[in-house]
Unconditional design. Structure first.
Length: 191
């Protein structure tokens, strides 16, 4: 059984996508809810549902909570609304629009209505495009790495991501103040 780290690495590396098991795990992911349990502020309802499905495909629920359970779609909406400047927000929304347009052109339906296998294939193409674009025109970034980054940051900064998926140690070791230097030995300093 793959760990969450292997799942994320599989999407990031693309070349080994089929061999890491990410595709199989993503295809077994639960379908997107028909309606959102939250109200988006920067995205439309359709864009928010699209982000919800993509986030859950990137980090599906396994023995740990998935992106949906961790509130990643809400994090992405809040990030676009609060932290992105106008140009960044427009590029992000244009990327979401492209995902849906490509799904309609290829399969005749919206991305969220496609089968998990079709969704994974489309996201894999974007990941491959992004890798090729980085090598050819690094000045014009592809939209997909930004989406992957938002999903990853949103997940691992959430409570479930930080406490269930990662090893959580609220206090990293005991604190012993005012210890005599003889007990510590030589101290170190930065230059």
């Amino acid at each position: 059984m793959l760990s969450r780290r292997d799942t994320i690495r599989g999407l990031a590396l693309t070349v080994g996508l089929a061999t890491t098991g990410w595709a199989e795990r993503a295809m077994a992911a639960a379908p997107a809810p028909a309606t959102l349990a939250w109200t988006p502020t920067a995205l439309t309802q359709d864009q928010a549902r699209l982000v919800d499905v993509v986030a859950e495909l990137i980090i599906p629920a396994t023995d740990t909570p998935g992106a949906r359970d961790a509130g990643v779609p809400q994090f992405i909406d809040r990030t676009v609304a609060t932290y992105y400047n106008k140009g960044q927000a427009e590029r992000f929304v244009a990327g979401l629009t492209r995902i849906d347009a490509d799904a309609r052109a290829t399969h005749g339906d919206a991305f969220v209505a496609l089968t998990p296998q079709q969704q994974v294939e489309q996201l894999t193409r974007y990941d491959q495009e992004a890798t090729a674009a980085r090598a050819q025109t690094p000045a014009e970034p592809h939209f997909f790495p930004a989406l992957e980054d938002l999903v990853t940051v949103g997940y691992f900064t959430s409570e479930p991501g930080a406490t269930v998926a990662l090893k959580y140690e609220p206090v990293p070791g005991a604190y012993h103040g005012c210890v005599p230097l003889a007990e510590i030995g030589r101290a170190w300093a930065l230059r």
